[in-house]
Structure formats: C-alpha cells, structure tokens
Write a protein that binds this ligand. Structure first.
Ligand code: GUN
Length: 318
C-alpha cells in the first residue's frame, strides 16, 4: 500500500494551497496532518524478534557479544554508550564497556581493539565517535576487524555498501530504511534529499537510498537555496545537527520527513530534546514524519543489536 498525499489529488503550491484541480476545491487550503512513524514502537517490536535469534544461538553454545569503547567524557556520548550497553543486557547479549580518559594514548586503544578482534566472546566492536582531537579517527576504525565492524564504518564495509553488497549497514541509516519499509514508502524513482554529509549518517544514508532506486541529492547546511532542493523531496532526511533547521515551508506537501537530529535546546527554551525539523510545522505539510524523541534514535540501537546478532550468526554459518 502507498500512502496518499495532497500532491496526488491536485496541483498545490508550496504552502499546500490548491492551484488547479479539482475545480470545486480551488483556492481552499488543505491542512494535512502527517502520520507519525513511531520508531520507539517499531524498535520494541524488532527487539522482541531478536529474542528467538539469541535463543537459537544459545542452543548452539553462542552468545552474541558487543564491545563498546568510549574515549573521553562527552556527556552525550556517555548517554549513548550506556543506552547501547543496557540494550545489550535486555536482549541477552554479552557486552563490554571500555572507558578511557580523553588523554589516553591512541596506541592503548589500538592495542585493545587488536585484543577484541581475536576475542571469541566479542562479535561486534564499536568505538563511539567523535574521538578526541589527537586521535586519527580513520586509523582507529580501520583497526577494527571488518567482520566485527557492526557500525559499518571500516573502509572495506563502506566500499561494500557503495557497491550495493553491504556486510554491515551503519545503524542509524539502517534504522531509517527499516522505518521507511515499515511505512510502506516506495523509494524507486522518488526524489530523496538528505541534509547532512557525515560518514555516520548522511553518506551511508544517501548510498542506501541510491541502492533502493531513489534519485538522491545530498545537501548540507551551506547548500545554496537549500529550500529549493528540499521542496522537491518526496523523502526528506534531516541529519544536520541544528535544532528545528528544517521549517514547514521547506517541506513538500505529502512528503515523508525523517528527522535524524537529536539536539538539546538551551535552558531558556525549555532544555528539551528536539530534532533538526520543526516538527509541528512540518507535520502540517508532510504525509509521514518521525518524532524526536521516539523516532530514529531507538531504531539506531535496535539495528546495532541486529548487526551484532548477525555477526554471531555468520560466525557459525547460521
Ligand atoms: N556517534 C554518533 N552516532 C554514532 C554511531 O552510530 N556509531 C558510533 N560509533 N559513534 C556514533
């Protein structure tokens, strides 16, 4: 099934004002309210399904294991890492959290990665990014065995994804693709616009959309006349890291809006979490939209579990 949208029914302008057809509705503004793509509920459902896979591995004497490395005291990274370790525990996975001070020598972390690469209890290794400035991030990611690279950030795995033969799909864009599939969003031939060009989200997201047959434009916060691009988007993915950067008039009526941003508003604005999209304004224009919190965030963790379980399954050829 495909979700209906205003632009199917009639020719509208960028605010949703009908311009032509059907004649009896001429000049009448259609206020849309998008359906919510609930990532929290979908992640819970996926995680329930993981139990059987973990049990099947257990029956063959295997317990999937994830090692998470955190360097430094970045508050947001600490929260993300704790959430990942907690999710492992809840799903019955073995997990190891390795924390180093920001001043640690890169050689110490590289040595630890080398040990984890040959540790049979560990099927997935994740180094939380960003790393402190004195680290060569690429060198650290390349030190992870590609078969344990559950983040999909190793150059070998990035190349495999670019060729349309992914080994591990980076967790956040993987979660977005699952949400789009769940929302029965047909991607072939659609205009997709990604705002953000990071290695973690923007680039792998654009590769996945290309592989799915979409026509993909990758923008960034400095793109000239950004709104002209975003207003063409049937699927708009915001991964720019700026609170409410995408306003309602940047959204095409009937679009699918995916908000990857997780930003903390300053105390004078309430201190709450908000996305890269002005949710209330975009919701009035879009057909489908992800909330923040409760959208892409929980899906990222679910897909990390999926990749780790898959790594363990592959090891025994399951
Ligand atoms: N920092 C922000 N998102 C991510 C992620 O998905 N993986 C890692 N390793 N670091 C991150």
């Amino acid at each position: 099934m495909r979700l209906p949208c205003v632009s199917d029914a009639a020719n509208t302008d960028k605010r949703g004002i009908l311009l032509e057809f059907p004649p009896f509705l001429m000049g009448i503004r259609i206020i849309m309210t998008a359906q919510i793509l609930d990532g929290k509920a979908l992640a819970l459902a996926l995680r329930a399904g993981f139990r059987d896979r973990v049990a099947a591995l257990g029956a063959r004497g295997r317990r999937p294991g994830l090692a998470v490395i955190l360097v430094g005291e970045d508050a947001a990274s600490q929260v993300y890492v704790n959430n990942k370790v907690k999710a492992c525990e809840e799903a019955g996975l073995h997990s190891e959290k390795l924390v180093y001070p920001a001043t640690v020598a890169p050689a110490v972390v590289l040595e630890k990665i080398a040990a984890l690469n040959v540790n049979p209890e560990v099927h997935g290794i994740l180094v939380q990014l960003p790393l402190p400035a004195h680290f060569d991030e690429a060198a650290v990611l390349e030190a992870i065995a590609p078969t344990k690279d559950v983040d999909g950030f190793h150059a070998e795995n990035v190349g495999a994804l670019a060729q349309g033969k992914p080994r591990f799909i980076p967790c956040t864009p993987y979660g977005v693709m699952k949400m789009l599939a769940h929302g029965q969003v047909d991607l072939a031939g659609k205009e997709a616009v990604v705002i953000g060009r990071s290695n973690i989200v923007g680039k792998p997201m654009s590769l996945l959309l290309i592989n799915a047959g979409a026509t993909v434009t990758v923008c960034n916060s400095k793109t000239r006349d950004l709104a002209a691009h975003t207003r063409r988007a049937d699927i708009l993915v915001a991964a720019v890291g700026k609170p409410r950067f995408v306003t309602g008039n940047m959204v095409k009526p009937g679009a699918v809006v995916i908000d990857v941003g997780i930003n903390r508003l300053p105390p004078e604005e309430g201190g709450k979490l908000c996305g890269d999209v002005d949710f209330d304004a975009a919701k009035a224009v879009a057909a489908l939209i992800t909330p923040v919190p409760g959208g892409v965030g929980p899906m990222t963790i679910a897909m990390l579990l999926a990749n780790t379980i898959e790594a363990a399954e592959r090891e025994i050829g399951q």
